[in-house]
Design a protein around this ligand. Structure first.
Ligand SMILES: Cc1cc2nc3c(=O)[nH]c(=O)nc-3n(C[C@H](O)[C@H](O)[C@H](O)COP(=O)(O)O)c2cc1C
Length: 175
């Protein structure tokens, strides 16, 4: 949803703002907590029933979300740093864990739990990585962006000496 233009202004998170969301198996939001509304400005009425790309920021590559979906659909957890948009066009940085919900062996949906990313140097590193990958994606038509982004992300990580995305993102956990 692009209700308003992006402002380029960051909405920093305080440590008590732990954002939690849940989706069905297709990524349609089924639950948001109070911190989600506090930070994003999207109410329950705005968000529940809408796809989670409601808060997608255009600087973040589709290749990253490919990795996320690949992991959680296989029943694995995924750790990621994301930049998202708020309803008023501001943005915010989080680091979070994405996991499947199970009923027995069956995946019934997904959930994410996140806190703010506060380290400025790390934010700049992720911003640079994501923008570099996104540039490659935008050279392609929409249907080919995911594959191009996935490849470009792997290439960029290798260039910086990382085996995979998770080993890059996990450094944020130490902060
Ligand atoms: C539990 C869960 C949380 C998600 N959180 C976000 C998020 O914070 N920001 C985001 O852009 N996409 C998030 N996604 C991924 C979106 O479903 C979507 O794949 C992504 O925004 C790419 O959008 P696109 O389909 O328009 O390319 C999440 C998915 C799940 C299952």
């Amino acid at each position: 949803m692009q209700e308003t233009e992006l402002t380029g202004r960051e909405r920093p998170l305080v440590p008590s703002e732990i954002i939690s969301t849940q989706t069905d198996t297709r990524g349609v939001i089924t639950y948001i907590n109070k911190a989600f509304t506090q930070v994003t400005g999207f109410s329950r009425e705005d968000a529940v029933g809408r796809p989670h790309n409601l808060i997608r920021h255009p600087d973040v590559p589709r290749g990253l979300y490919y990795l996320l979906w690949d992991a959680i659909k296989s029943g694995e957890q995924f750790f990621a740093v994301t930049k998202n948009r708020c309803k008023n066009g501001d943005h915010y940085w989080t680091l979070g864990m994405f996991q499947p919900n199970f009923a027995g062996d069956e995946i019934t949906g997904f959930r994410s739990t996140r806190k703010g990313l506060r380290d400025e140097a790390l934010k700049a590193e992720f911003d640079d990585l994501y923008r570099a990958v996104r540039r490659v994606e935008l050279e392609k038509p929409r249907p080919r962006q995911v594959e191009a982004g996935h490849k470009a992300l792997k290439k960029q990580l290798k260039k910086h000496g990382y085996r995979d995305y998770e080993s890059f993102a996990r450094r944020a956990l130490a902060l």
